[in-house]
Write a protein that binds this ligand. Structure first.
Ligand SMILES: Nc1ncnc2c1ncn2[C@@H]1O[C@H](COP(=O)(O)OP(=O)(O)OP(=O)(O)O)[C@@H](O)[C@H]1O
Length: 452
């Protein structure tokens, strides 16, 4: 495939032909021989990737042509080829940004060949860096990574701004997949602490017996197997942000230790004696209602008040349906870009299907549903039959209604679903469904339905 366009500007036809022939050996290069400076400028619209210019052209000297090329296309690399070595000219041109300065001799072709290889390597590195920078920027610019236009999300954006501008602790609540970690990252990367670490720790993912050493770190020999000193997650977050996900899963013993760390702003590693100073912002997240957990005695009240800071609530996707299509478009665009496929559209009927579903897995689920639909789609358009909802125990309305259950069975299905969604909170479920709580208790007692 021809993908690297080279212009050789050379009035000596024989010498130009030689370079042309030599470079054309690489099948990736599309080489054009141009006889004058004026012609070169006239051809720039063809967007070459590199121009080599003979310093001694009859219609324009090399320096003049170089400047005109750079004026027209500042990022276009230019290599100067000169009949004789004029050190001062070479230095001046290189200072101005010329890619290279080669002297015409027996070695020129080989030197030019190598210079082009070097140039291409540098260019791909530069592109990579600018892509990485762009990626970093989208991480900072949360309005491009947290998608949504609903009033609920506008409030969340406001809260992120408030949190980012201060050092206050932040607590994010919302069902699974609603974007709690995304919010935590947005707070960190938009804050004055963004130059330091963002350390996410999922309390539900660490085995109970390892939580303390993971958070506090340990000294060598603190326990069998502690062969080296280890820095804990609290210390890792020093200067930056500690994100404790699923804080509701933290057991009471660790809760008191966390409280002490937050109060004293220092810790002692396991097996250690000296104190380590701590300074981090804490962001916590939970899908549970922490105030309820405090009432139930599962969460320390003093810790609750310490960590609640600025509360940010992420409503479930089914309560901000206006965001569904925006998010669908966002995931679809990302999918097409990643997989290098043409734009995929969503038919009106498929849109209706997407919007009418309840998404118990929220945005994480929508993302998977959209990606799967994109894979299944044909002719670059998603139709309803390409869409499969993933949560096994939560069916979309059409499927459920077509199953032809008895009313009693529907009742069971609905109550079981609600109990799962609301962590077996019978009172809340009774209120949501507008039925008596005794109905639910009776069904639970008789085993007609089972709790989550
Ligand atoms: N508003 C949003 N815009 C774009 N992507 C989002 C949005 N909210 C969530 N996502 C995406 O959905 C997925 C789940 O988000 P995230 O991990 O932040 O959710 P969570 O609430 O922390 O989930 P869990 O409670 O299960 O840990 C991620 O891929 C995230 O990028």
């Amino acid at each position: 495939m021809l993908d690297f366009k080279i212009f050789i500007v050379e009035d000596d036809k024989w010498y130009g032909g030689l370079l042309h022939h030599y470079l054309s050996q690489n099948p990736d290069y599309e080489v054009t021989l141009i006889g004058s400076g004026k012609e070169c400028l006239a051809q720039l619209h063809r967007k070459p990737d590199l121009v080599t210019i003979d310093f001694g052209l009859p219609d324009m000297n090399g320096e003049e042509l170089y400047k005109k090329i750079k004026q027209a296309q500042p990022n276009l690399p230019v290599i100067i080829i000169s009949a004789q070595e004029k050190i001062t000219t070479a230095v001046d041109l290189l200072k101005m940004g010329a890619e290279d300065y080669l002297v015409k001799d027996d070695n020129t072709q080989q030197l030019l060949w190598k210079a082009i290889i070097r140039l291409r390597e540098n260019t791909s590195l530069k592109n990579e860096i600018s892509e990485l920078k762009a990626e970093l920027k989208t991480k900072y610019d949360y309005s491009r990574s947290i998608i949504g236009n609903s009033p609920a999300l506008q409030t969340v954006f406001k809260m992120i701004d408030k949190a980012a501008g201060s050092l206050i602790n932040v607590s994010v609540s919302g069902e699974t997949g609603t974007g709690k970690e995304l919010v935590a990252r947005a707070v960190h990367y938009n804050s004055a602490r963004s130059g330091h670490a963002f350390v996410p720790v999922n309390m539900a993912a660490i085995p109970r017996e390892l939580v303390e050493s993971e958070l506090f770190g340990y000294e060598k020999g603190a326990f069998t197997g502690a062969q080296n000193k280890k820095i804990g997650r609290f210390e890792e977050a020093n200067g930056g942000t500690l994100f404790l996900d699923e804080i509701g899963e933290m057991d009471l013993n660790i809760q008191s230790k966390l409280l002490r760390v937050l109060q004293e702003k220092e810790l002692t590693r396991l097996g250690g004696t000296s104190k380590v100073k701590l300074d981090f912002r804490l962001v916590v997240a939970t899908h549970k209602n922490l105030a309820e957990e405090v009432k139930k005695g599962n969460f320390r009240e003093d810790l609750y008040y310490r960590i609640v800071g600025l509360p940010v609530t992420l409503p479930p996707l089914r309560e901000r349906k206006e965001d569904i299509l925006l998010l669908t478009q966002h995931f679809l665009t990302a999918y097409c870009k990643e997989n290098k496929v043409a734009e995929i559209k969503v038919s009106p009927a498929a849109r209706d299907k997407l919007v009418s579903y309840a998404y118990p897995g929220n945005i994480r689920e929508l993302k998977s549903v959209v990606e799967l639909a994109a894979v299944m789609s044909e002719n670059n358009c998603i139709e309803p039959e390409d869409i499969t909802f993933l949560s096994g125990n939560n069916h979309d309305v059409d499927t459920v209604l077509n199953t032809e259950l008895t009313l009693r069975e529907y009742t069971r299905l609905i109550i079981r679903n609600y109990l799962k969604r609301y962590d077996d909170n019978v009172l809340l479920v009774a209120e949501k469904l507008d039925i008596g709580k005794s109905t639910i208790y009776k069904m639970l007692q008789t085993g007609e339905i089972e709790g989550a």
